[in-house]
Design a protein around this ligand. Structure first.
Ligand SMILES: *[C@@H]1O[C@H](CO)[C@@H](O)[C@H](O)[C@H]1NC(C)=O
Ligand SMILES: *[C@@H]1O[C@H](CO)[C@@H](O)[C@H](O)[C@H]1NC(C)=O
Ligand SMILES: *[C@@H]1O[C@H](CO)[C@@H](O)[C@H](O)[C@H]1NC(C)=O
Ligand SMILES: *[C@@H]1O[C@H](CO)[C@@H](O)[C@H](O)[C@H]1NC(C)=O
Length: 377
């Protein structure tokens, strides 16, 4: 049944993917002109002399303290650069037109996602230039109104932090049926999607990075999927190098396979969790097997395993209002969005708990798969 639905949805979605999956250079969004004068700190300028005429460093080579971020990490006019937005984000960059591309992943009430800068877009068309949308003001980004996240699970583990859930796509300027894709700090040219995109967290245990660390620390290894109404984001600690649980090579198989979790809509929980299995590795008849993602997935493909959802403990359950405040009932455009959102999650919560949860988990997985098919590495 699940396999059948899986195949049907892959077929439904497959028509979106060929142009994108097979033709990256011409379809990757070229970031527009730099917004400001290129910035180099003097020491780095020396080191970059050769890169300025050849290539920026891979995005994963740039490490900063939050307070030491340059205006733009990638001001280079090469490959797809310079980046679209800015990395120094503060009260002067905050608001509905923010171009801040530094995002935060602190806890269940304080995190950000990336979305399109302009309305009615798709991740495929905007992945190079997505901008930050945060649950709270204070990070110099656009701010998500209460009610647009209809579920959140924040998971803390010994190797990574992860946040997953459901979102009203319109709130981050994506088309409701955009199947989305993967964002990560790699990409074919190493510049990442978005270019210059960085994630900071104040929830990384000091022992996982630098014992002197306190406050916001940059996560250098991460990935994020958003599409078809679900999102998932994971940041790996620097002290855990093997296995790599922030792989970016399974970009066609979405949230369910990359970040198996409880995607029940309408629930807001923060938990500690066991580690997930490395993506693509599974056991069959007592043998450990590895599935490698092909360059494209045939619509009839059924993956040979179902991901194990890691055990969780010490879960704290919240209401949306506790975390994000009360949904506004004014007569503005966002109020009609909020109404749709709350009636949607009401319906989801209405069924019998078991059936409802089972149905929703499967549904989310399919959405995740759907969301992942047009992803670019
Ligand atoms: C805020 O950020 C902008 C660029 O993103 C920068 O030009 C400005 O100096 C910053 N302001 C403060 C007070 O740091
Ligand atoms: C999340 O972190 C913010 C500060 O980063 C803090 O104010 C808030 O209380 C935390 N929320 C939870 C639910 O832990
Ligand atoms: C959104 O874009 C699609 C095609 O890209 C278009 O058909 C649709 O009319 C647009 N919707 C709005 C509200 O602009
Ligand atoms: C990494 O740091 C975390 C947090 O302190 C810890 O739980 C984990 O065991 C560490 N892993 C390794 C391999 O040192």
């Amino acid at each position: 049944m699940a396999g059948h639905l899986f195949a049907a949805l892959l077929i439904a979605v497959h028509s979106f993917s060929p142009a994108i999956a097979n033709d990256p250079p011409s379809t990757i969004t070229i970031a527009p002109e730099a917004r400001q004068t290129p910035y180099y700190d003097l020491a780095k300028r020396q080191a970059f002399t050769t890169y300025e005429t050849t290539s920026a460093l891979p995005l994963t080579d740039y490490h900063y303290p939050y307070d030491g971020l340059p205006p733009q990490i990638n001001p280079y006019r090469m490959l797809r650069g310079p980046q679209f937005g800015v990395n120094q984000c503060n009260s002067s960059t905050e608001g509905p037109n923010s171009l801040c591309q530094t995002i935060i992943m602190n806890n269940i009430s304080d995190f950000c996602l990336w979305g399109s800068p302009d309305p009615n877009e798709t991740i495929a068309d905007t992945e190079a230039k997505v901008v930050g949308y945060c649950t709270k003001p204070g990070h110099g980004t656009r701010v998500l109104p209460p009610g647009v996240l209809t579920s959140v699970q924040f998971m803390t583990t010994s190797a990574y932090i992860q946040v997953t859930g459901h979102i009203n796509m319109d709130a981050i300027n994506l088309q409701a049926d955009d199947t989305g894709g993967e964002l990560d700090p790699h990409g074919d040219d190493g510049q990442g999607n978005p270019l210059g995109g960085v994630i900071f967290s104040n929830s990384i245990p000091p022992t996982a990075t630098d014992p002197s660390n306190s406050g916001l620390v940059q996560m250098v290894s991460w990935n994020l999927f958003v599409g078809s109404g679900i999102y998932c984001m994971k940041g790996c600690y620097g002290n855990v190098t093997s296995p790599n649980l922030c792989l970016n090579t399974y970009d066609l198989i979405g949230c369910l396979y990359n970040m198996p979790a409880d995607y029940t809509d309408g629930e807001f929980t923060s938990c500690e969790g066991e580690l997930q299995d490395p993506v693509g590795i599974y056991t069959s008849n007592g043998q450990t097997l590895t599935w490698s993602q092909p360059a494209s997935l045939d619509p009839s493909t059924t993956l040979p395993w179902t991901p194990r959802i890691p055990a969780s403990s010490n879960c704290v359950t919240y209401s949306s209002e506790e975390l994000f405040g009360t949904i506004s009932v004014s007569t503005t455009g966002s109020a009609s969005t909020a109404t749709e959102v709350s009636s949607g999650s009401g319906t989801a919560a209405a069924g019998s708990p078991t059936n409802s949860a089972g149905r929703l988990v499967i549904g989310s997985g399919l959405f995740a798969l759907l969301g992942a098919v047009v992803a670019l590495i």
